[in-house]
Design a protein around this ligand. Structure first.
Ligand SMILES: *Cc1c(COP(=O)(O)O)cnc(C)c1O
Length: 441
């Protein structure tokens, strides 16, 4: 009898995976709080919320209850010409919590589509206003906004998208205004804003996830947005990863001292990690530019499963948990534990930098010279985590924690222990003239 992993291997094609060389996938049959339970009973601690989606733990009974109730009431209905209670209720609740200028909610299926919708809103906004020459987007050089074509176009021109480069529309890149580089990036922005064709600026607020949890301050983002606004450039906050409490407050944009984004994108934690759903919200003037006697000024975008009632029910149930005082306390507790761990390891040999924002902690290890070691170091880190029954996905020499909010202090300690072992591995790695056995291909 072939195992589940072997059966998978003969029929499936996994994302971001070189299928020829990848080891067999870990077969997970159950989830429970912060834990994933494998077919053979091995328990793995989910240190990255299953790709940044889970908020309150796996197979959460409150969310499961609301979802199954909704499934028996209304599983789906088309969303043009029809509506339903969970879609309306979710939009009403979100608009109360979002920055005050957000006025409308547009549903889609995932983070990439939420970004596509945002880009199309910006382009058609200027088209509808009779300024079609405004069509250039600004974005951060190592940003990530998704894997569909528009989202790839406004993301870093990295190795993953190289086969598609010739087909991606041109954008203008800004460096990330990390501490010490703020003035330089503001000057880059000023130079670009002098052009007449800039339409929008899309950014991951405060934390660039896929870039390696690169962090920058709300004050400089506020200044970037303010300069865009003076030029009539629309600002899109891609909160697909940062939304729903990851960075501390409900939304990273909530930390901006003065400005508010014009458009916001959400997915991942939106349903507590239960079902796929995306949404794009916008300020009233953007919505108003689509109102007309002319049918062609409407936003012609939609997906078959737009505003799926079951996904909306999961989102409502998750939001209820996220808004509870207990969740705020959990996030504060995780942030405090991260801060203490940062104190412990910052500045030690083998550690280049430790970054921390809310429930997100990133350790950038210092593997010495020679970036060619990065990918082998990454694989060694990954294996070390799995050997310790911990799920982490290192980004090169950066290892980050992004745990579900239910993760206890004892569970966090298991994650920190693995990060300490990784430092030991880097230290071994540094002076060694020959590579340790496990680093050989
Ligand atoms: C994950 C992510 C996306 C893409 O979301 P998908 O649901 O995977 O398509 C977009 N933007 C950011 C910031 C993300 O982290």
């Amino acid at each position: 009898m072939p195992t589940l992993a072997e059966r998978d291997h003969s029929v499936l094609w996994h994302p971001y995976t070189q299928m020829q060389t990848a080891p067999l996938p870990v077969p997970i049959v159950r989830g429970e709080g912060s834990w994933l339970i494998a077919e053979d009973g091995t328990r793995y601690l989910d240190g990255i919320s299953s790709w940044w989606v889970n908020l309150h733990g796996h197979a959460h009974s409150h969310i499961a209850g609301r979802v199954s109730e909704q499934l028996r009431t209304l599983e789906h209905v088309l969303f043009a010409g029809f509506t339903h209670p969970t879609a309306v209720e979710l939009a009403e609740q979100l608009l109360v919590l979002l920055p005050a200028n957000q006025a409308r909610v547009f549903y889609s299926d995932n983070g990439s589509t939420a970004v596509e919708v945002a880009l199309k809103m910006v382009l058609q906004y200027f088209h509808n206003l009779g300024q079609p020459e405004r069509r250039t987007f600004l974005c951060f050089r190592n940003s990530y906004h998704g894997d569909t074509f528009g989202a790839m176009a406004v993301s870093s021109r990295g190795a993953f998208t190289q086969p598609f480069w010739p087909l991606l529309f041109d954008v203008e890149f800004l460096d990330v205004p990390v501490p010490g580089r703020e003035q330089e990036v503001l000057s880059q922005l000023d130079a670009l804003l002098a052009r007449p064709d800039v339409a929008g600026f899309i950014f991951e607020p405060l934390v660039l996830g896929t870039a390696g949890m690169v962090m920058y301050a709300p004050e400089v983002l506020d200044e970037l947005i303010s300069r865009c606004h003076r030029r009539g450039v629309l600002c899109i906050a891609d909160e697909v990863m940062t939304g729903f409490g990851r960075t501390g407050p409900l939304f990273a944009s909530g930390l901006l001292p003065r400005e508010q984004p014009d458009i916001m994108c959400f997915s991942k934690g939106l349903t507590g990690g239960t079902l796929a759903m995306g949404l794009t919200t916008c300020a009233a003037p953007i919505y108003a530019a689509f109102l007309s006697d002319d049918k062609m000024k409407a936003l012609f975008h939609g997906h078959s499963y737009t505003a799926n009632p079951v996904a909306c029910a999961a989102a409502l149930a998750s939001l209820e948990l996220t808004r509870a005082e207990a969740c705020t306390q959990q996030r504060q507790r995780i942030a405090a534990a991260h801060a203490a761990f940062r104190q412990e390891i910052e500045g030690l040999p083998g550690i280049r930098q430790v970054r921390h924002q809310g429930t997100i902690l990133a350790v950038e290890y210092d593997p010495g010279e020679g970036t060619s070691y990065f990918s082998r170091l990454r694989d060694a880190f990954y294996q070390l985590a799995i050997d310790n029954h911990v799920v982490l996905r290192p980004l090169g020499n950066v290892v980050y924690l992004l745990p579900p909010y239910c993760t206890t202090n004892e569970e966090l300690e298991l994650l920190y222990a693995v990060l300490r072992q990784m430092r030991a591995l880097v230290l071994d790695f540094l002076p060694a003239p020959t590579l340790p056995e496990y680093l050989h291909d």
